[in-house]
Design a protein around this ligand. Structure first.
Ligand code: OGA
Ligand code: MN
Length: 197
């Protein structure tokens, strides 16, 4: 029996970059997208930092997105459904790949037109808890000319990934360098990390 998480895990095992074009259901992707628009209206999204020792100005040159952290305690059906799917994914990953993940964190992210995130890795120098990065895109009808592609660098090759709604990308946080090129329209996602603490 194929499992709903097989595509993401099998592509990860084959190529070190897992991609599933339909990881989230359309209704969940739509619901999370609406949450971001609502959070923006309520002025709850804030400029993202760059981790430990983050200095605001330096962070802003590095990345232009605004974020809001998810929390199971938030009384929101789509956020609950999303986090419960992530917990199922972690359970399946631990069962099939012996990854020993015991914690996670996810945030909404919005890149307004003109924003980007320079080339980086997701693991902090002083904290190696983040084992895997998992990014979920929420953008309907994204076109090449909309920019905002995720570029992932691996052994001298560059893979360019369109941030289309329902798509997930999965890779090891310590090894994969990546960047988000300038978005020419508002770009929405939920990014997160599977951790061993
Ligand atoms: C990040 C990140 C990539 C993307 O949040 O660390 O690299 O495609 N996001 O949104
Ligand atoms: Mn990153």
């Amino acid at each position: 029996m194929p499992h709903p998480f097989d595509t993401l895990i099998d592509t990860y095992l084959d190529n070190h970059i897992g991609i599933d074009a339909c990881f989230l259901s359309k209704s969940l992707s739509d619901g999370l997208q609406q949450n971001i628009l609502q959070l923006q209206k309520e002025d709850k999204m804030s400029a993202a930092g760059i981790g430990n020792n983050d200095v605001k100005d330096a962070a802003q040159k590095m990345r232009g997105d605004s974020i809001y952290w998810m929390d199971k305690k938030h009384d929101n059906i789509f956020e609950q459904e999303f986090l419960s799917q992530m917990e199922d994914f972690i359970g399946h990953l631990n069962d099939t790949c012996y990854t020993g993940i015991n914690s996670y964190e996810f945030h909404y992210a919005v890149y307004e037109e003109g924003s980007s995130y320079k080339r980086h890795r997701d693991q902090f120098k002083t904290d190696n808890n983040r084992k895997f990065s998992l990014i979920n895109y929420l953008n309907d009808d994204w076109l090449e000319e909309d920019g905002g592609q995720l570029l992932v660098y691996q052994n001298g090759t560059t893979q360019s990934i369109q941030p289309n709604a329902q798509k997930a990308v999965f890779f090891k946080s310590d090894e994969m360098e990546h960047e988000v090129i300038k978005a020419n329209r508002r770009r929405m996602s939920v990014s997160g990390w599977l951790k061993r603490i």
